[in-house]
Design a protein around this ligand. Structure first.
Ligand code: PLP
Length: 420
């Protein structure tokens, strides 16, 4: 405060007054219409020449994940109009989310990957504020070993290493028991991992015996809605979810849920605090409000009703393609991540002269553009999704009303055109 001089204040005050005087010379009707007319939306996708597509894939980050429900868009538009104190908003949002999601503490992050990084930072710096500045390079005196099952290594390992942590790999429960040292700071669990011999319950029990917090990455693991509290209730100390996947919040949001002291420690490593590993992972008021509104929206949904709706869409598409020679369609629900009905279409490559990858490419290049699930043709997708050179996977859960019919007709066209 003392750095702002009285003269500066006066000067900016006089500018403000001059500005006001200037406003006064505007014709009254111009001023009135400027404030009364609603903003007209410019279609910036069109302006930039970026063509949107029908999302028959699912909630993939590179495909911009999900579409915000109307009530979330409205909440963001309203929040965007007024400034608030970011720390007050973070605190209030965290308390509200913790209450609704039945855990001690909650933090809105800039994504699940950010939540993983902040979880690690929280475990390393808990009770040691100086360590917030020290990580990830000045690690002397800091615990930094993270125990993980070999089969749980994945594409988000970097978020943990970003904090100066190093992994200690284990395979059996016995190895796990012996892996704890005075340097162990956290255990990492990939909730949707397809391998690994150690159950969640054993994992938590052993770690807690050694007084070490357990983190669980459940980023893509809703629905069911109850998973938002199942894993914290099970005993995981910190759990991450993506905000832009099944919850359908803003793409650049995530949730870190868990024990109060660890959530508080995560917050100290996060934006808006400046000299932290989290400063580059800022969420603004629009994202925070957007995620809170999305959680409210998601909690109003019903697992059975969602599943019935997705099965209905899958049936519409199946009906359109099933009469093409050799085509078979069935519903598949991945076990943990993206646990919703997908349509699996298989066919005889001797009858239809296109690989599934070529079908995906044709769908992508058609009008309208359609993106199939990335596991189509055997491409890398989420854990638990099947694929093969004659396997088309349609993720129906992000389709908008009427798009099931369009996807079905277009798939029929591509397949039928290439039948021998
Ligand atoms: C999608 C995903 C993430 C990253 O989520 P973001 O919200 O995009 O940061 C992390 N872990 C798993 C298992 C995921 O599926």
């Amino acid at each position: 405060m003392e750095s702002i001089s009285r003269r500066k204040l006066l000067r900016s005050g006089s500018q403000a007054i001059a500005g006001g005087a200037c406003m006064g010379v505007l014709p009254m009707n111009a001023a009135a219409s400027a404030s009364a007319s609603p903003a007209t939306s410019v279609d910036y996708y069109q302006k930039l020449g970026v063509t949107p597509f029908i999302n028959a894939a699912g909630t993939y980050t590179i495909l911009s994940a999900s579409i915000l429900p109307d009530q979330v868009q409205a909440a963001i538009a309203l929040a965007a109009q007024k400034p608030v104190h970011l720390m007050e908003l973070h605190k209030a949002a965290g308390e509200y989310l913790a209450r609704r999601l039945r855990c001690e503490g909650a933090l809105v992050t800039s994504g699940a990957a950010a939540a993983i990084k902040l979880a690690t930072a929280a475990c390393i710096t808990r009770g040691n504020k100086n360590a917030v500045v020290s990580i990830p390079t000045e690690m002397q005196g800091l615990k930094n070993e993270v125990i993980v099952q070999k089969a749980h290594h994945y594409d988000y390992d970097h978020a943990i290493r970003d904090c100066g942590a190093r992994f200690v790999d284990v395979e059996t429960l016995d190895e796990c028991e012996r892996a704890f040292t005075e340097r162990t700071v956290m255990t990492q669990f990939f909730n949707a991992a397809e391998g690994g011999h150690i159950s969640r319950e054993d994992w938590i029990r052993v770690a807690h015996k050694h007084g070490v917090p357990c983190f669980n990455d459940a980023a893509a693991d809703v629905p069911p809605i109850s998973n938002l509290w199942n894993y914290t209730a099970m005993g995981f100390d910190l759990v991450a979810f993506s905000g832009g996947k099944g919850i359908r919040g803003p793409q650049c949001t995530g949730l870190l849920l868990g024990k109060k002291d660890l959530i508080d420690a995560a917050q100290l490593n996060n934006s808006p605090y400046s000299n932290t590993v989290g400063r580059g992972m800022k969420v603004g008021k629009e994202e925070i409000i957007g995620l809170v509104a999305a959680v409210d929206w998601f909690l109003e949904q019903d697992d059975a009703a969602m599943e019935a709706e997705f099965r209905k869409r899958a049936a519409v598409i199946a009906e359109r393609v099933q009469n093409v020679l050799s085509v078979e369609a069935k519903i598949f629900i991945p076990p943990v991540a993206n646990h919703v009905p997908h349509l699996l279409i298989t066919y005889d490559l001797n009858r239809i002269k296109l690989t599934a990858t070529e079908v995906m490419q044709k769908m992508r290049e058609g009008t309208p553009r359609i993106e199939l699930n990335p596991s189509t043709g055997g491409g890398p997708a989420s854990a638990g999704l099947p694929g093969g050179s004659n396997v088309i996977v349609v993720g129906v859960w992000m389709l908008q009303p009427g798009e099931d019919d369009i996807v079905g007709r277009r798939l029929h066209e591509v397949l039928a055109q290439n039948t021998r």
